[in-house]
Design a protein around this ligand. Structure first.
Ligand code: PMP
Length: 400
């Protein structure tokens, strides 16, 4: 019998807690606030049908052929123009050169490429507390030492940042999610962004800025990207998963010119290029200002669902000692339970009540806060949210 000897990095890989949980929540009848699945009602299927037909008729051979690793030029240009437009509107002009844009197979691939070119075994990587589980999974195989930097309501706490940088020899980067963070739904305040970018520059600390949710604001757009304030010190990651559809597996990164060639080499080795067909279809869908007509419909839907969830939480859990935040965009909100409660243990009880969430401990690189949990307000309808939160409240109150 062949004995396979696994690489050290494979030994460090773990099944995603979220994927395991999603299996449970596939049980019929469950109202799931667990997965981060965008509402399929928002997928522009008819626009894709038209664009697919156009691309196949007009440029079918090129669309089905191998292509450049950097990405489809028209899509790279669109990304550069869009980011420049949004940053200027937010008051911090950012001249994004399309040559700095690398189209990736989801922004998840951006995280993987960053890990491959920046992390050696034993290098310190700074993350928020809590942070995106998928980033921890992408970074872990490169064998970093994680240092979690504390956060408050305004974002990363700078005293702790300075302490963690001082305690490490040459931290490779800090990974941050300034807008409607996964998992908490929290955003960095404008002042904290300014101070954070200044501190990172002073500490010579590179920034990896992940922004898949920034377009999903409810009432006002978020401040300009950190990258706009520190173009040479930041890699910016974006995604089409939440504004068009996640099944496209289409994202992008904007890298400083000094770093771009290495990211491109890593991209070539990973998958040669992101599917040419998907890139051309998306560029076709996006032309003529489609995003400015489409994304407001997603914002309105998610805002109504978020409001329904907050109203149901107020109705059923006010005064119980359980607290939650009020996100101003994105897909998630975050519950803090009394200190003695463990959300991992509560999940099976909630599933018995036909409702599911993700225990917060999954999102910590170290010292997990077990009395936290994440709720997604985008996948379930308003009616399901009302029923699901009532059921969740019953199971939580039984455990109080
Ligand atoms: N970053 C964050 C913070 C996310 O929440 C996600 C999706 N769950 C991703 C990156 C990856 O998204 P995608 O690969 O679909 O662009």
């Amino acid at each position: 019998m062949t004995q396979w000897k696994l690489a050290q990095r494979a030994e460090r890989m773990n099944p995603s807690v979220i994927r395991e949980i999603l299996k449970v929540t596939e049980k019929p009848g469950i109202i799931s606030f667990a997965g981060g699945l965008p509402s399929p009602k928002t997928f522009p299927i008819a626009d894709f049908a038209r664009a697919c037909a156009t691309i196949l008729a007009r440029e079918g051979e090129a669309a089905l052929q191998y292509a450049a690793s950097e990405g489809f030029p028209a899509l790279r240009q669109w990304v550069a123009d869009q980011l420049a437009k949004q940053s200027a509107a937010a008051g911090v002009p950012w001249a994004v050169d399309p040559d700095q844009v690398l189209i990736t197979t989801g922004s998840q691939q951006g995280l993987d490429l960053v890990a491959k070119i920046l992390i050696d075994a034993g290098s310190t990587v700074l993350v928020e507390t809590p942070t995106y589980l998928g980033a921890l999974q992408a970074f872990t195989p490169m064998e970093p030492v994680f240092a979690s930097v504390s956060s408050d309501d305004e974002g990363v706490m700078l005293d702790d940042l300075r302490a963690k940088v001082a305690g490490a020899t040459g931290a490779r980067f800090m990974y941050v999610l300034p807008n409607f963070q996964n998992p908490t739904g929290r955003s960095m305040s404008p002042k904290r962004r300014e101070d954070f970018v200044a501190a990172a520059a002073e500490l010579n600390l590179p920034i990896i800025e992940d922004n898949p949710y920034g377009d999903l604001w409810f009432d006002e757009p978020p401040p300009a990207p950190l990258a706009a304030r520190n173009t040479e010190g930041t890699v910016y990651l974006g995604s089409f998963s939440k504004t068009l559809a996640p099944g496209l597996r289409l994202g992008f990164l904007v890298a400083p010119k000094a770093l771009y060639p290495k990211l491109l080499q890593a991209k070539q080795a990973a998958d040669l290029h992101t599917p040419s067909f998907n890139q051309r279809v998306v560029a076709e869908v996006l032309k003529d200002g489609f995003i400015d007509r489409h994304v407001p419909t997603i914002r309105a839907l998610y805002k109504s669902q978020c409001e329904a969830m907050l109203a149901a939480l107020d109705q059923h859990l006010a005064g119980t000692g359980i607290t939650w935040n009020r996100p101003s965009g994105g897909m998630f909100l975050w519950l803090n339970l009394p200190a003695h409660m463990d959300a991992v243990k509560l999940l099976p009880m909630a599933v018995e009540h036909n409702v599911a969430f993700v225990p917060g401990s999954a999102f910590y690189a170290d010292n997990p806060q077990t009395n936290t949990l994440r709720l997604s307000f985008v996948t379930a309808s308003v009616d399901q949210i009302k029923i699901g939160i009532a059921a969740l409240a019953l199971s939580l109150k039984a455990a109080l």
